[in-house]
Design a protein around this ligand. Structure first.
Ligand SMILES: [Zn+2]
Length: 655
């Protein structure tokens, strides 16, 4: 750096900040990051450029509990070194910034993030991953919590050889150091800070190319190569469909999907870099009950709705979640068919009605609305709107809305006004009923749904009052969903013939027939052969309950089945093996140890939760199990943490 001049700088200890986006526009961030894994520490070197829109004497970055050094401010070729400019939650620059001028700030920092970045250490292979939404990226990278400032983030991450490092944008260089590699990722467009993400772990990957030439990179654990196909089934079809349906080309350089351990949600739509829970990594048997298709499509839809256009505030959150939920349903319609689509909408409507009955509903525009409202009522808004204005006006409006506001922020009126333009309709009344009203418009939703003959038939089935007709229907060729509904409403109608139905109808039998009549015993036992982990788990338990004399037979038959990623069949099997008196007495100790081992932190929280539950039920949570339960009460996943806290409390009060 030539010609370095000192710039006068002022520091304040007490500062009050309003909306910074009015006076400052952050443009680019280049961050080089490495880790001290043993200490859960992030070490970084960062350069931000920003433009001053309005004369101001202070600029800040959000930065939670960080240590800074070498903080320097540059304008043109002038530099100044700063000292001690960080508060507990901000890095503050106090200086007479001039309107229209561009500045650069550089600094080194380190942080030990309590959230938003997680070191998951199981066995000897750590994973590191981030979650910015709801947690704030500023816990691990000085950035801007306000989603109205969009920045082009380029991350360079250094980690040990043998690991894969994935971040937003395109990998442009892998630089070989002695024992580490530095991965340089490049973004070309801006995004809000909450979408900045990376993941480090042991991964293999496969790449497909979309119709539009976008690389779709799918990561998986090396040991899961057989699960790759069922996990990512339909990925390219979903991508090609959504790009065509939305009408605006996919806005980023590539699309990467990465499963991680102990994730906080189902998935997160970080720009070009979706991170998802590895409980969706499945084999083809699990696919029929629990697959990644919906989450896959949902996070992909967010790449437009959320990432390309971003809400200005929580009031407009449905513009992200409602759209992602709706477009995921459209993708599922493409894959699973129309009946499935309408049936899911029907389920959403039911859930929304229940929510209203419990007085828990609210306007879609309430920033404190429930997820059900944002996601499912939001999706319903779009389905109803499309029914009202027609496909052509709807699709044109979505396209105009995205193009007009791309890489910027949006409010509800930005979308509605586009639909009014293309449809030439006044939508005031629609907005009142569907968006602003505190209650979900259930009656009208049902009317709209009745356009589907499948839903019409489905709604007509009522087996609490009309057994004869239901009996007839059950042996006819109506859809599996209708048969399952009949079985759930009246399990007494099940006969030997009912077992001759496909998988999902048989699953309904397994779940509904808890008292198994002797004449159906043989047929019910055949459920243990079904290719569904839910059916097997349910059937095993019910058979074991109903026919004590055959317990050993059932246990022998299901001995080698593990089930979903949460080991649902295996953990049940171990529990039943332990409490079945005359079953393999010599192996009981080994089975107990296996079940206890599943409570340990080296397993994902879904497995641990099952093991804790079963051990608790048979009152066999021993010293090791209790110890693991204690550890679980500090887990980063709040649902698991609160499960463990509750269980620990109740087990202590029993002692
Ligand atoms: Zn979402």
């Amino acid at each position: 750096m030539k010609n370095i001049y000192l710039l006068p700088l002022f520091f304040l200890t007490i500062v009050c900040f309003g909306q910074q986006t009015d006076s400052v526009d952050f443009k680019t961030c280049k961050a080089s990051i490495s880790f001290n894994v043993a200490e859960n520490k992030v070490i970084g070197k960062v350069a931000y450029t920003f433009k001053i829109l309005k004369k101001t004497d202070s600029v800040y970055l959000d930065a939670q509990n960080m240590q800074f050094s070498n903080v320097s401010l540059f304008r043109s070729n002038k530099q100044n070194l700063l000292k001690d400019v960080n508060s507990k939650s901000k890095l503050i620059l106090r200086y007479k910034f001039k309107k229209g001028k561009q500045y650069t700030i550089t600094f080194n920092y380190n942080a030990t993030p309590k959230k938003a970045l997680y070191f998951v250490k199981k066995d000897s292979e750590p994973q590191i991953w981030t979650q910015g939404q709801g947690k704030y990226t500023s816990n691990w990278l000085p950035s801007i919590d306000d989603m109205n400032d969009k920045i082009e983030f380029d991350l360079s991450i250094t980690f040990d050889k043998g690991f894969e490092v994935i971040a937003n944008g395109k990998l442009i260089e892998k630089q070989n150091n002695d024992s580490t590699i530095t991965w340089h990722y490049d973004m070309q467009k801006p995004m809000p800070s909450y979408l900045v993400a990376f993941s480090v772990g042991k991964y293999s990957k496969k790449v497909e190319i979309s119709k539009s030439n976008i690389p779709l990179v799918m990561y998986f654990y090396p040991e899961d190569s057989l699960k790759f196909e069922p996990t990512y089934r339909y990925t390219k079809q979903i991508f090609d469909f959504l790009e065509e349906e939305i009408g605006v080309p996919y806005p980023w350089q590539n699309y990467k999907q990465i499963p991680v351990k102990d994730f906080l949600y189902a998935g997160m739509e970080n720009t070009s870099t979706t991170i998802f829970a590895d409980s969706f990594v499945i084999d083809s048997i699990a696919f029929v009950d629990k697959n990644y298709v919906n989450v896959n499509a949902h996070e992909l839809a967010h790449q437009w709705f959320g990432d390309l256009v971003t809400e200005t505030s929580g009031t407009h959150h449905w513009l992200q979640e409602g759209f992602a939920t709706y477009y995921a349903l459209l993708a599922e319609k493409e894959v699973f068919g129309e009946d499935y689509y309408y049936w899911r909408l029907y389920e959403y409507a039911q859930e929304l009605q229940q929510q209203d009955k419990a007085n828990a509903g609210s306007s879609v525009l309430n920033p404190k609305a429930s997820s059900t409202t944002f996601y499912k009522r939001g999706a319903w808004v779009l389905h109803a709107l499309r029914e009202k204005v027609g496909d052509t006006a709807f699709k044109k409006a979505v396209k105009n809305y995205l193009l007009k506001h791309q890489y910027k922020n949006v409010e509800t009126k930005d979308f509605i006004s586009e639909v009014e333009n293309t449809s030439k309709q006044n939508l005031n009344a629609f907005v009142e009923t569907w968006l602003k009203s505190e209650v979900f418009n259930y009656e009208e939703a049902l009317q709209i749904l009745k356009k589907s003959s499948f839903i019409k038939d489905y709604l007509q089935v009522d087996c609490n009052t009309n057994d004869l007709k239901c009996k007839e229907l059950l042996s006819s060729n109506v859809s599996d969903k209708i048969k399952a509904k009949i079985i759930r409403e009246n399990p007494k109608l099940i006969t030997q013939n009912t077992f001759k139905n496909p998988l999902k109808v048989r699953q309904a039998i397994a779940q509904s027939l808890t008292d198994i009549p002797l004449e159906l015993k043989n047929d019910y036992e055949s459920l243990l052969n079904d290719k569904s982990y839910i059916t097997i788990e349910t059937a095993l338990f019910n058979l074991w309950q109903n026919f004590p004399k055959d317990r050993i037979k059932y246990l022998n038959k299901t001995k080698n089945i593990v089930g979903f990623q949460n080991k649902n069949v295996r953990t049940l099997w171990l529990t039943l093996a332990l409490v079945t008196d005359d079953f393999e007495t010599e192996n009981k100790k080994q089975y107990f140890e296996e079940l206890t081992d599943y409570t340990s932190p080296k397993y994902g929280f879904e497995v641990r939760q099952n093991a804790f539950q079963y051990l608790n039920e048979i009152q066999a949570c021993g010293v090791a199990c209790k110890d693991h339960l204690q550890q679980a009460t500090t887990h980063h996943n709040w649902r698991f943490k609160s499960f463990a806290t509750k269980l620990l409390k109740s087990s202590l009060s029993e002692e």
